[in-house]
Design a protein around this ligand. Structure first.
Ligand code: UDP
Length: 243
């Protein structure tokens, strides 16, 4: 096994907002899909891994798109952060239905529905076996929830970020355009930069690279993958400091 031996004790799972929506549906959140995700998290949680979750908000709103259509960017980003809170509450509810102890911490104070983000308290919740869902991104506009996951993973001392996506890993070329594209099992941050392989936005990516936080990119749509990723099975692509 490599030094990233994938037996993670504490991980940050990044769920994009789109992961919670059913393709083609008008509903922004599908309770059925969120329920299935909760079941997968429950299975991994039962094996004793400390799980923090960062949820996106793209199923409701993206600040950059609204800003491109004339809205003030900072305000649009605050709307986006509110969207992540809605998603966080939906994920919390589904986890609680499954009997998984769970806390939402929001980077924008919203005391009636979530704890405020307090790093040491979040870390304590994780050590005590509660899943922690980080809502409202970093609390600042001009950032993304990918950057939030890089930040929270660094703060929480997580072994890795598990990025659930619509593709099954990182390829050496765009697999939609190039039939010969090959998926990496492991690829370095440096190669991603030199070959312009987009894994996360540049702010998120450099935070991971500078703080040596590996990113596991895996296919969210394959049943069981969230459990596998959390439990450290070798799926998708690991992006780390070595090729
Ligand atoms: N956002 C922000 N600051 C943050 C995190 C998110 O302003 O620290 C806003 C931003 O407008 C973003 C939206 O929240 O477009 C939703 O987050 P994101 O696009 O990362 O969600 P995802 O694509 O993962 O669903």
């Amino acid at each position: 096994m490599s030094e990233h031996n994938r037996s993670f004790k504490r991980v940050v799972l990044k769920l994009s907002g789109e992961a919670l929506r059913e393709v083609g549906s008008q509903d922004n959140i599908s309770p059925e899909i969120v329920g299935r995700i909760a079941l997968e998290i429950k299975a991994a949680h039962a094996s004793g891994i400390e799980i923090a979750i960062v949820v996106g908000g793209g199923n409701f709103w993206r600040g950059a798109s609204a800003s491109a259509r004339g809205m003030d960017r900072a305000t649009a980003d605050y709307v986006g952060m509110m969207a992540t809170v809605m998603n966080a509450l939906a994920v919390q509810s589904a986890l609680e239905v499954e009997g998984v102890p769970c806390v939402v911490q929001s980077a924008i104070e919203m005391k009636n529905v979530a704890e405020p983000f307090i790093r040491r308290k979040a870390s304590r919740h994780l050590s005590d076996g509660r899943v922690v869902i980080f809502a409202a991104g970093t609390g600042s506009p001009f950032f993304s929830t990918d950057t939030t996951s890089a930040l929270r993973a660094s703060e929480m001392g997580a072994c890795a970020i598990l990025k659930a996506t619509m593709v099954d890993g990182v390829y050496n070329a765009d697999p939609k355009k190039d039939p010969d594209a090959v998926r990496y099992e492991q690829v370095s941050f440096r190669r991603c930069l030199s070959d312009q392989l987009a894994v996360m936005d540049s702010t998120a990516f450099s935070l991971c690279m500078d703080n040596n936080v590996p990113i596991i990119v895996f296919d969210l749509n394959e049943h069981g993958n969230i459990t596998k990723a959390i439990e450290g099975e070798e799926i998708g692509t690991i992006v780390c400091n070595e090729d």
